[in-house]
Design a protein around this ligand. Structure first.
Ligand code: SAH
Length: 394
């Protein structure tokens, strides 16, 4: 099976016709595959509930309930979130009796790294984590000489069926817990070179973060807690297909994070074809919600726009896009389409991309073109689909 075809469909569905042919891409190397048992392990069950994902206050209350002073819980939080330590036996300043008690009743983290793929320069690394009940979620570590970005998953699979996205083909899976989202970041932190500690977080992996609202917001509040070696909120971006009620909720309740909207088309007709969610939340509903978020946060919004040959990449399309975002403090992030397998979608020729960019430049506040890192290892935007699940099972 082709690696970008998800080896597992989570919900039954019919592939659109353009998903049927076979496409060839460069084979990548799986450089490490640990022999991890997939499937609910009785050991994991025995380990009880996950401490990862609990707030310092919740851990303090738990310590009290175990006849320990509250500060023991806060020490535990320091170990987990500040130091990224997931092994209770290494938390040496906690009393042994307390550690034993915790060990018997709880676990810290649930993810098992089962496979990874890296570009030869190691700047991009896609890591597949096994979930306790089986299935894989993927996270991507991306680096430039000055910047590190972790792309985290929020769900296993995705129910929104965007036509261009590999995760969308898996169908709806389950929400990840706050602990599972934070754990991806804690594990990717270990990839940072010595001396580096600052990183950005983008919720642009598998899943729709705003559909898993509570767990995502809890995870982000833990990751951005200044008491726990935080990532500043302005370094965190939530990317959404455009769930309008949740955008309002986010703007009103937690106007701290950056927002990115997967737009990809400037008319309802085209957007509804590419993204079925547009039939529920059309542009006339989405754009006021985005404006509300910009006003509440004082931060400009990013519009992601995949350039697909002939489909949405003409100057006429660019002109519609300019009109749609007029008067809105925004950045347009153009993503030349990344192949996700068989299909009729193509990446435009460089000249067409250039023409689109040149048209936008004087007419919108900012434009960037994101040539995704990691295309050759299936780690680029839209390519995450738990494709390594087969290899992890072998
Ligand atoms: N569900 C959220 C989070 C996933 S983000 C969202 O849609 O925003 C993943 C980003 O990669 C989105 O902007 C998505 O539209 C884009 N993407 C998906 N498939 C792609 C592909 N084949 N090529 C380039 N970008 C893609």
């Amino acid at each position: 099976m082709h690696r970008h075809c998800p080896s597992e469909r989570l919900t039954p569905g019919v592939h659109p016709p353009y998903h049927n042919a076979i496409m060839s891409v460069k084979p990548e190397t799986i450089i490490r595959t640990e022999n991890v048992r997939i499937g609910r392990s009785s050991a994991a069950d025995r380990q009880g509930s996950d401490l990862l994902g609990s707030t310092p206050e919740e851990l303090a209350r738990m310590a009290l309930a175990l006849d320990q002073p509250a500060y023991r819980g806060r020490q535990l939080a320091e170990w987990i979130y500040r130091r990224g330590e997931l092994d209770l036996t290494r938390m040496t300043n906690l009393p042994a009796a307390f550690r034993d008690r915790l060990q018997a009743e709880h676990r810290v983290g649930t993810l098992k790294e089962t496979a990874r793929r890296e570009t030869p320069d190691r700047k991009t690394r896609k890591v597949a984590f096994a979930l306790p009940e089986g299935g894989l979620v993927e996270s991507v570590y991306m680096s430039t000489p000055t910047r590190f970005t972790f792309c985290l998953s929020s769900q296993h699979g995705c129910g929104f069926s965007c036509r261009f996205c590999a995760t969308g083909r898996m169908g709806r899976g389950r929400n990840l817990t706050a602990g599972e989202i934070v754990e991806q970041a804690l594990r990717l932190r270990r990839e940072l070179p010595p001396g580096a500690s600052d990183y950005n977080v983008v919720l642009m992996g598998m899943g729709e973060p705003l559909e898993n609202y509570d767990a995502v917001l809890r995870a982000l509040s833990l990751l951005s807690d200044p008491a726990l070696g935080a990532v500043p909120a302005k370094r965190i971006t939530i990317s959404t297909v455009g769930l309008v009620p949740q955008i309002y909720r986010l703007a009103d309740e937690t106007p701290r994070y950056r927002l990115a909207i997967s737009l990809h088309a400037a008319t309802d007709e085209l957007r509804s074809k590419l993204m079925p969610v547009n039939r529920t939340f059309p542009l006339a509903a989405l754009m006021p919600a985005v404006r509300h978020h910009v006003e509440r946060t004082g931060r400009r919004v990013t519009f992601e726009y995949i350039l697909i040959e002939e489909l949405n990449d003409s100057v006429a399309h660019a002109s519609k896009l300019v009109k749609l975002v007029a008067q809105l403090p925004c950045k347009i992030n153009l993503i030349p389409y990344n192949p996700i397998g068989p299909g009729k979608f193509r990446r435009p020729e460089p000249e067409r991309i250039e023409r689109f960019v040149e048209y936008l430049k004087p007419r919108v506040p900012a434009v960037t073109v994101r040539y995704s890192q990691g295309v050759e290892i299936g780690a680029a935007c839209g390519q995450l689909a738990g494709a390594a699940e087969g290899s992890a099972r072998n």
